[in-house]
Design a binder for this molecule. Structure first.
Ligand code: SAH
Length: 454
């Protein structure tokens, strides 16, 4: 007999699993309930907040028996803020968890139970690691609020600090919040589509110490522009670029098309593994600089280059992995869909003296088949796609032209496993997987996979 779970029920249950986004899973008469903040092995008391046909949600009330891996989350807005999901799990527990998540999809989706998934390479100090923050601003009760969205909503949790972002970002976040109020500048009101400041994006070059502040505004006309610029310079003398980005659309996309420099060169520099990179406001750049070096070194190791290889870096961003590879390869061809990132990549290759690189803007699934049709041949292919994984057409091109080695850098184990199955069926063998923790305290998992043509 199944127990019919009702909304508002107060129940006690044992947590048997953790979802990929960090919620505890309990089963009542076979009916799964997701309870954020609860950990596997714990017995908890919770209130049912929502019931759907196949599963429901609960709010954690009391931990009756705590997991040995439970720690006190240091952040005051955890777990309501959606930024981190597993601060309440010890860091060792987080790393173990992430390895298990990769193992699980390798077994279940890729059907590769024998492929080794190594222990996750983690950080020594898994806090304050982000070099980029994107902070939404809003008006609430006549006051400017700023912080991060309450999990699963568009309601901002007014926050003074975020423990995974830089202290510079904390200072800028607070200063602009209090400063706008004093200057009488309104933050954006999403419902009325009114107000001025939508987001502040802060980027720091860890190696260079340079900081870029991007003010994303609804209109181009900037009231008291100079006062806002001085306000930022006043609290952060090291700020090297201040930029206005205009986004007048009703959209969740943070940045609009128009970028206006207010101060400085409009780019920041950073260094990874002895290579210097220039990064512009809208280009993708890995957010955890310490772990980026670990990630790229792993990709380079799996690429196993001798100096004779022609290599593709698909989804190359500003050419970071490309230049890592170019140190050891005959030549590297990079492709990326954002034209500005390709401009950065070309400049970065030039500044670092890499003449053996070629970059092209476009979709990987369009550009790579064209390179092959033009007669180019490649020995090694590195892919680092966004969460949705590799495009089907790109996978088909790989199976048609069969480069002998593939290194797959992935930020989403589920699509990685899906793509590995396709590549396996097409004749590749997955050798091993090395997860790297790019996002401590969050449930995101990054992994590097090595494949060889059979
Ligand atoms: N390898 C880079 C970037 C990885 S993020 C780094 O480590 O920094 C994934 C990148 O893929 C982003 O820069 C995104 O703009 C790009 N992208 C998304 N879809 C694409 C497509 N269809 N073809 C090429 N690039 C794409």
């Amino acid at each position: 007999m199944t127990y019919a779970v009702q909304q508002n029920d107060r129940l006690t249950a044992e947590i048997i699993d953790l979802t990929h986004d960090g919620a505890g899973v309990a089963k009542i008469g076979g009916y799964p309930l997701f309870i954020p903040g609860a950990l596997p092995g714990e017995t908890v008391e919770f209130k049912v907040t929502k019931t759907l046909k196949k599963y429901g949600f609960g709010k954690l009330l009391n931990v009756l028996e705590a997991s040995e891996s439970r720690v006190e989350p240091p952040c005051p807005v955890f777990p309501e803020c959606g930024g981190c999901q597993i601060q309440h799990l010890s860091y060792d527990g987080q790393l173990e968890r992430k390895r298990k998540m990769v193992r699980d999809v390798m077994d279940r989706i890729a059907k590769l139970p024998d492929v080794p998934v190594h222990p996750v390479k983690g950080m020594e100090h898994p806090w304050r690691y982000r070099n980029k923050s994107q902070i939404p601003y809003a008006e609430r009760d006549g006051k400017v609020v700023a912080g991060f969205f309450r999990s699963g909503t568009h309601s901002i949790m007014d926050t003074e600090t975020c423990l995974i972002q830089s202290t510079e970002a904390d200072v800028v976040m607070r200063t602009i919040k209090h400063g706008l109020h004093e200057l009488g500048i309104k933050a954006y009101d999403e419902h009325k589509d009114k107000g001025f400041l939508r987001h502040v994006v802060i980027r720091t070059g860890k190696a260079s110490g340079e900081t870029m502040v991007v003010l994303v505004t609804r209109k181009r006309k900037f009231p008291q522009r100079d006062a806002v610029v001085s306000l930022i310079q006043g609290v952060l003398p090291d700020v090297t670029s201040i930029i206005q980005n205009v986004n007048d659309r009703k959209t969740n996309v943070i940045m609009g098309d128009e970028t206006i420099p207010l101060y400085g060169p409009g780019v920041i520099t950073d260094e990874i593994g002895g290579i210097r990179f220039e990064i512009s406001a809208r280009s993708f750049y890995q957010i955890n600089p310490d772990q980026t070096e670990v990630l790229y070194s792993q990709a380079l190791e799996y690429a196993n280059l001798t100096g004779d290889e022609s290599v593709i870096d698909a989804y190359c961003g500003i050419g970071t992995i490309s230049l890592f590879l170019a140190k050891k390869a005959k030549e590297v061809y990079g492709v990326e869909i954002v034209p500005q990132a390709i401009e950065d990549a070309k400049r970065n290759a030039e500044v670092n003296g890499f003449a053996n690189t070629h970059f092209e803007a476009g979709a990987a699934e369009d550009v790579i088949p064209r390179w092959y049709k033009d007669g180019k041949r490649f020995d090694v292919l590195v892919v680092d796609p966004p969460r949705k994984g590799c495009d089907e057409h790109l996978l088909r091109t790989i199976l048609d032209y069969r480069p002998k080695r593939i290194v797959y850098v992935s930020c989403n184990p589920a699509t990685l496993a899906r793509d590995l199955r396709i590549l396996e069926d097409g004749g590749y063998r997955t050798k091993e997987v090395q997860p790297v923790d790019m996002f401590p305290q969050s449930s995101h998992v990054e992994a590097v996979t090595w494949l060889e043509l059979n």
